[in-house]
Design a protein around this ligand. Structure first.
Ligand code: GLU
Length: 296
């Protein structure tokens, strides 16, 4: 089984290299931005009855909460102060339809545990960052989505043969993030110890130094870290939950929520979603899935 996985991983690396090597259109592996779509910024955007929109217009900036440590999803290059990833693209699409170009976005890094509070206290206008839609969260925030469905999985050292799924974490140290669905769900599987940090990047550091045996969260997140640490880490590959991602918005502003849903739908329908996926999350090794139907 392990050999098969190793071969599969090697083949997918070869396939990626082959794609990059042939065809004029293919970007260099270090130049993924070449394929990123650009979004036309609406000059006549209006959201009648939305306080969040009116205040953003007045201040001239849309304040977006995001992750900064998740490769291919929500990542901040601290040197260039630029952000990239699938969630960042989703945020930019929405912003463009609301009349805010990339230079009119103010990004705020918000970790998993602080998302609801940031929205409730109106510190951000919307949140885009691997944010699972669920009923508990819906008591304090609203969502637009789902725009992607992930599943919880495990990330281990490439040499680890013992951890094969959530049933095999008994007696093991598993790391996850405070305030996430992942940390709650892994506790139902009876691991030895659950270690909690603020970010998944911190967990991955602990895995690389053997202070924990596994990191658990959404496969989409883990694949990004796996790709960045190829040969050292591997994703187990048996997702055991469904994590529908939504854009978090303030609960008291249904007009704004509807505007975000409409923007998302427009960019799914015109092909931007797929282009953005291929140029970001798709680079961590998984082809674009079907776009889930919008229900929120
Ligand atoms: N999607 C899960 C959640 O919303 C885990 C990833 C995260 O913490 O952002 O809790």
């Amino acid at each position: 089984m392990r050999n098969r996985r190793t071969i599969a991983a090697a083949l997918s690396v070869l396939a990626l290299t082959a794609v990059a090597a042939c065809g004029k259109e293919a970007p260099k592996s270090d130049d993924s931005s070449a394929k990123l779509p650009t979004y036309t910024v609406k000059t006549d955007a209006a959201v009648s009855g939305s306080k969040v929109f009116e205040e953003a217009k007045k201040r001239g900036k849309l304040v977006i909460g995001a992750k900064s440590d998740q490769p291919f999803l929500g990542f901040e290059n601290v040197t260039t102060k630029t952000r990239d990833g699938f969630d960042i693209e989703i945020a930019k699409m929405i912003a463009a339809d609301l009349g805010f170009g990339p230079d009119k976005i103010e990004w705020k890094t918000i970790v998993s545990a602080n998302r609801e509070t940031a929205l409730k206290n109106a510190q951000i206008d919307l949140y885009v960052g691997t944010y699972t839609i669920n009923d508990t969260r819906k008591q304090s925030v609203s969502f637009a989505g789902p725009y992607y469905v992930a599943g919880q999985d495990l990330l281990v050292k490439a040499t680890n043969k013992e951890i094969t799924g959530p049933e095999s974490v008994a007696g093991k140290k598993v790391c996850s993030v405070t305030g996430s669905t992942s940390v709650k769900q892994i506790k139902t599987y009876n691991p030895g110890t659950v270690v909690e940090y603020e970010t998944y990047a911190q967990c991955v550091d602990k895995l690389l130094t053997d202070e924990v045996d596994a990191v658990t969260t959404d496969d989409a997140i883990l694949k990004g870290f796996g790709a960045k640490n190829a040969g050292k880490l591997r994703v187990v590959g048996k997702p055991f939950t469904k994590e529908p991602y939504g854009i978090g918005v303030q609960k008291e502003d249904p007009a704004f929520q509807q505007a975000v849903i409409a923007a998302l739908k427009a960019h799914e329908d015109n092909g931007d979603w797929k282009k953005a996926y291929d140029a970001t999350l798709g680079l961590s090794g998984s082809p674009a899935p079907e776009i889930p139907a919008l229900t929120n």
